[in-house]
Design a protein around this ligand. Structure first.
Ligand code: GDP
Length: 137
């Protein structure tokens, strides 16, 4: 078993797609081990995306991620990190495969509905950034 960190981003929550996305997560075989609705501050978003701070879109990204509530998730499955990245699809919804969440719910490369950790080290940092141990039993 492996755990990964996921976010249903503010665009999807505002668009009332969180329920549909959660259903797709469960249908795909993930177990939800932790879940919280939160409205990130700009500083919290900047800390989370610190690896991207030199990128030209850092301001836009952190404005967007702090623009409204999002759903934070700890997901468990065999090979969860790769499996969740596959279910999300490519960063740009226009380039994401048919049947992926970003293709179905994203509207632009910034507003792409979901986040997922890209490696075990990232998953460990991201899960620890948002969840205390007793919240992901
Ligand atoms: P991911 O791992 O597929 O989420 O992609 P990245 O790690 O490359 O980028 C992190 C997030 O930054 C993406 O999910 C997008 O929301 C956002 N992002 C990436 N490229 C752009 C861009 O060119 N413009 C804007 N506004 N946001 C971007």
């Amino acid at each position: 078993m492996e755990r990964t960190f996921a976010i249903i981003k503010p665009d999807a929550v505002a668009g009332k797609k969180a329920g549909q996305i959660l259903a797709r997560i469960e249908e795909a075989g993930f177990t939800v081990k932790g879940m919280r609705l939160t409205h990130l501050s700009k500083a919290a978003a900047e800390g989370f995306y610190a690896v991207h701070r030199e990128r030209p879109f850092f301001g836009e990204l952190t404005d967007f991620m702090s623009s409204g509530p999002c759903v934070l998730l700890c997901l468990e499955a065999p090979d969860a990190i790769r499996k969740w990245r596959t279910l999300m699809g490519a960063t740009d919804p226009a380039k994401a495969d048919a049947g992926t969440l970003r293709r179905d719910f994203g509207t632009s490369i910034g507003n792409n509905a979901t986040h997922g950790s890209d490696a075990p080290e990232t998953a460990a940092f991201e899960l620890g950034y948002f969840f205390r141990g007793m919240e992901t039993l």
